[in-house]
Design a protein around this ligand. Structure first.
Ligand code: MD3
Ligand code: FE
Length: 208
């Protein structure tokens, strides 16, 4: 029998592919811990004055940050005044291999945003529009406690679909999925053997 997709490669929407269990938590989690020593997780303030429930940090040449003045990519961590920690080779390789599997060869991210969700933390429906070139995909990696991800179309009012993202899942968002509205519902009470009562998400981006 010929199949269009492997069982582990699930098309979510046109341009979006889930690669189940593509990432290794054992490999990635110690690297995230080391990044957070140099660039601690922090709760950013939005331009509207809300403090985000998700804690964030970055690695790579550029990092995503927010304050009362707006959202931007910055080469310096505003908290420490230092460059963000370098992107580990294992991160770059994982992002490139996942993108290639989804049909985007040669993906070379320069920014990796690291989101940390405690129980109850959420990410309101939004588009990722702070990058300069939407031809590049975004690669996301989920670790730890599962979360309900919701996504729609390019209008906030488009109908939403929901999918649970589990430890090790990698999703590649390219093509027409790149500008889809998306968010994370409040994290439900649970623990994972490698992360405890916490979810981590990496998003690899080509910012410039
Ligand atoms: C669809 N992060 O950091 S990952 C974000 O789980 C973000 O922390 C969520 O949304 C998280 O901006 C969702 C899945 C994801 C990431 C980026 C996307 C989906 C996307 C960009 C465009 C379309
Ligand atoms: Fe996003």
């Amino acid at each position: 029998m010929t199949r269009l997709f492997e069982d582990s490669e699930i098309p979510l929407a046109p341009g979006a592919v889930v690669l189940r269990e593509f990432a290794s938590g054992e490999e990635l989690l110690p690297l995230i811990e080391a990044i957070a020593v140099a660039a601690p997780f922090r709760h950013l303030v939005t331009p509207g004055g809300h403090t985000m429930s998700v804690a964030m940090t970055n690695c790579g040449r550029l990092g995503w940050t927010s304050d009362r003045k707006g959202y931007r990519y910055s080469p310096l961590d505003p908290e420490t005044g230092l460059a963000w920690p370098a992107m580990p080779e294992a991160f770059t390789r994982l992002a490139r291999e996942a993108a290639e599997r989804a049909g985007f060869p040669g993906f070379a991210p320069e920014a990796c945003l690291i989101n940390r969700y405690a129980i109850g933390a959420k990410l309101t429906l939004h588009q990722d529009r702070d990058e300069n070139n939407y031809d590049h995909p975004i690669v996301s990696v989920s670790l730890g406690v599962p979360a309900v991800f919701q996504f729609g179309g390019t209008k906030r009012t488009d109908p939403l679909k929901r999918v649970t993202l589990y430890h090790g899942d990698v999703v590649v968002w390219g093509g027409e999925a790149r500008l889809a509205y998306h968010g994370i519902q409040p994290l439900k009470e649970a623990t994972h053997p490698l992360t405890g009562a916490c979810r981590l998400n990496l998003t690899f981006r080509k910012a410039g």
